[in-house]
Write a protein that binds this ligand. Sequence first.
Ligand code: ZN
Length: 566
Amino acid sequence: MPDIRFDTYYRYDDLTRILRSLADENPKLVRLESIGKSFVGREVWLVTVTNFESGGDGEKPALWVDGNIHASEVSPSSACLYLIQKLVAEYGKDADITRCLDTRAFYICPRVNPDGAEWALADSPKIIRSSTRPYPFDEEPIEGLRREDVDGDGRLLLMRIADPNGPWKVCPQEPRLLVRRDPAEAGGQYFRVLPEGVLENYDGITLKVPPTKEGLDLNRNFPVAWRLEGEQEGAGPYPTSEPEARNIAQFVVEHPNITGGVTFHTYSGVLLRPYADKSDETFPAEDLWTYQKIGQKGTDLTGYPNISTFHDFLYHPKEVTTGAFDDWLVDHIGVFAWTVEIWSPHRQAGIEKYKFIEWYREHPLEDDLKMLKWSDEALGGKGYVDWYPFNHPQLGPIELGGWDHLYAWTNPPPQFLEKEIALFPQWIVWHLLISPRLESLEATATPLGGGLYRVRFVAQNTGWLPTYVTKIALKKKVIRGVVCEIELPDGAALESGQQRIETGQLEGRAYKDSAPTVWVADPTDDRVKVEWVVKAPKGGAVKIIAKHQRAGIVKVEVNLGSEESL
Ligand SMILES: [Zn+2]
């Protein structure tokens, strides 16, 4: 096992080196491949984790896990890395992890957007939403604010500009904080606040905040309910126009064994589920019930609330977002997918029940005081910086200070990282263990005399989820049923039955009632039985292969024995 630290954030070269050693040192469990290049040309790494000795990943149900599609959300890469090292270290020790890797596979892409992450992790960080590709215009904004570390102290803070018409004033209870000026108040000292930066073509009066030159949001670039820039900022010119989005979409469609997905983001400390643009009522009821059960397990194991993006995480109550990866996994691929927003500075500060997005619009001063106390005590004062004078190149004497958002909010400060990302592996392993899984129950050959044998094969879905995973997948016809195939020895022929036969979907145990009452019955709809009559010379063997794209592949060999045993 390479030396991996979880109290630091790795840049691309170090991350690459660690992933290589994980694969080199654990060939039985880990494989590394590139699934394409980033805009700048960096390889995007994909790590497959399974017990390769019990079968290739393609023959097993799988779970997709990724992180860092958003540039400055780097703790998601650490969460992926933590998961990989946990799987490797605990294989053979932890019963669930061992069974999971013996029967199933993980596809883990720790850094979907390496270009954006390099900017965020630079000594003088540059913060953008996603891709470093200029969009929609390949030129500098004409005028206005450009976020930059103007005093060169390695932090991006806020600028406080004295202005008699400003909306903020010094908090009477805590002079380091700013609070809103009362609507009818006049005559005090007031301020405007802007992100730290320089002003291009400043006329001495007008403060403009233009969109950044790199205006893409890769998590709006997927082909689900995709909309043009005018309706959905950052969506790009067409769905999967950007290599980072296309890389992972292409991988997912080429791996139909994927049964679910977890995409790590920051921050808020929540497990978000689709849809982002539609009410829960649009889900088939069974899918919603199952989704809620998976979410509840996640809440039990991580402490993060599980919520719907549409119902509880809209940035504006009247506006939805579209083109997100998790929505695409649900709506087009038909699997259960989650956006996990790592880290809640609020909860760290002791604010337990808060409305994730609503909070920014309205919250009590008490919360600000709690957060400030947390910065003072837990972060040694590094989270919230008291205002200090600065002579700004365009604005003259102003003050810098306020929250160091990138340090305290965007990702866990390094000393808090490991504790936070250690919350997830158990739920993620559980999420994969609930997948459908095809297993052989019986494979026999009964001699009928005259060189004839009746071959009987029974397979079952031993997973909790049905083989189709979601009703959405069934409805949208993105999956086929179990296909059973018989291979005959030389000189043999099929007397009855088809060589290949599609037998339909198998149920799991996911939709069972909560207690066995008179309304409950458990028919064997989790089983499939196929029979063939084979005419074959003595002593041969037939091979039976049963496969389902989401439930895996079963291969058995049946000896035909001799007629004398009749
Ligand atoms: Zn994000």
